[in-house]
Design a protein around this ligand. Structure first.
Ligand code: NAI
Ligand code: AKB
Length: 376
């Protein structure tokens, strides 16, 4: 007992030391000698309460956005409802709140985050909190805090508690000087948005923690993700979600990108399956820790043509948003994901025709006024 108490005191001194990952304040400086691996191995009492169950105990941050609820559904099917905790700083709607565990978690509050991880014996963390590209440009200080300071908290907690950590990156982690067609995994990355800069930072920090401290960091660069689950907001690729809502509701759509703007896109089911697959991939199959994943690539014009196969009367006009257009023009047009396919067997299911009919069917079955009598 005294040994445990001493260890406990020593570790808590390390953990409470100013600048060592325990501060919520933005811009805190961490001491150079901080070593998550050292803290973890010295403070073995951390794992005393960790029982090796069959299933991981999962926490999803930023879970009430476009992707988190779907991820929770998938993971709960796989690992059991009570093993997957969804968290966010927003109030969950009833259907989410009653579908499984939900908890308040602000990723800028290090202590609160650590408490959640410890009390719930979390073993896997999916870090979805972020400000996306367009909203990030509208509020750079907040994007910097959430996407960079928040990420530092997540990394330290994951390393300290030996978590397996998934952080999504994005096509937005590339910039105008990257090869755009196709964009390989390893090339120049000089994005011109705070979102992109923060995601390159996340990729590099995660990989650094992996090599330096043994953190089991896994990262996929997602294309624009298309989902019927929630209203889009804040992204540059959001037009490709909005078109379905508007086509179903009013039959009119105003596109904020030029008709020939080509971007990589993916249906949410493929994205979430890829996320689970990389988390379950055997360590020795991963030759890298950050992978591109790809499914399809299209322009607004091509998407409109496909939607018109189902809703021929769809009216579209183009009213370019200068900020979003500049962002889109600096992003990849096609993503090279050959390493993901080779290393852990990544394979997408949905191409453009399946994506469009699935979205219209889903929105038609939940929507109010449907303009599609029958979508094939
Ligand atoms: N949706 C997409 O097309 C793509 C998404 N990704 C990445 O996937 C992840 C999830 O994306 P979405 O669900 O679309 O994002 P979203 O913008 O819909 O949701 C982000 C969530 O983060 C939460 N959040 C903001 N500040 C927070 C804080 N301080 N603490 C905790 N949570 C906070 C928000 O309340 C929101 O629910 C993000 O990291 C994003 O960069 C990457 C590429 C494409
Ligand atoms: C591609 C993304 O990362 C996101 N959808 C955005 O447009 O910001």
């Amino acid at each position: 007992m005294p040994i445990v108490r001493n260890l406990s005191r020593a570790a808590s001194q390390v953990l409470q030391r100013p600048g060592c990952g325990c501060q919520a304040s933005i811009g805190s400086v961490r001491c150079i000698s901080f070593s998550p691996r050292k803290v973890t191995s010295d403070a073995s009492f951390h794992s005393v309460s960790f029982s090796e169950t069959d299933h991981p105990r999962v926490l999803i941050t930023g879970g009430l956005g476009q992707l988190g609820v779907g991820l929770a559904q998938l993971l709960r099917k796989r690992f059991g409802k009570n093993n997957v905790i969804l968290s966010d700083i927003r109030k969950p709607p009833d259907n989410v709140f009653y579908s499984g565990p939900f908890i308040y978690s602000d990723i800028l509050d290090y202590k609160n985050l650590r408490e959640i991880v410890v009390n719930n014996r979390i073993t896997w963390l999916f870090h979805y909190s972020a400000l996306l590209s367009a909203v990030g440009e509208a509020n750079v200080p907040l994007a910097r805090a959430v996407n960079i300071t928040g990420l530092h908290n997540i990394l330290d907690i994951a390393a300290e508690h030996s978590l397996r950590l998934f952080v999504p990156s994005t096509i937005g982690a590339f910039g105008p000087t990257s090869p755009r067609n196709p964009t390989p995994d390893l090339c120049v990355q000089r994005p011109r948005t705070i979102y992109g800069v923060s995601k390159v930072h996340a990729e590099l920090m995660g990989e650094y923690y992996h090599y330096r401290y043994g953190l089991d960091f896994r990262c996929l660069r997602y294309p624009g993700i298309i989902s019927a689950d929630s209203q889009p907001g804040g992204g540059t690729t959001d037009y490709a979600v909005q078109i379905f809502h508007d086509a179903m509701k009013s039959g009119k759509f105003q596109c904020n990108l030029k008709p020939d703007t080509r971007l990589p896109m993916m249906y949410i089911d493929d994205c979430l399956r890829a996320t689970l697959e990389i988390m379950e991939a055997p360590t020795d199959s991963l030759s890298m820790r950050t992978y591109n994943i790809s499914a399809m690539s299209f322009t607004p014009e091509e998407l409109v043509q496909e939607v018109r196969k189902h809703i021929p009367e769809l009216q579209v006009n183009y009213n370019m948003d200068a900020v979003r257009q500049a962002i889109a023009d600096s992003w990849p047009m096609n993503f090279d994901d050959s390493n993901a396919r080779k290393d852990w067997g990544w394979k997408h299911d949905y191409d453009l025709p399946e994506l469009v009919s699935t979205m219209l069917n889903l929105l038609g079955s939940v929507g109010t006024t449907t303009r599609v009598a029958q979508v094939n």
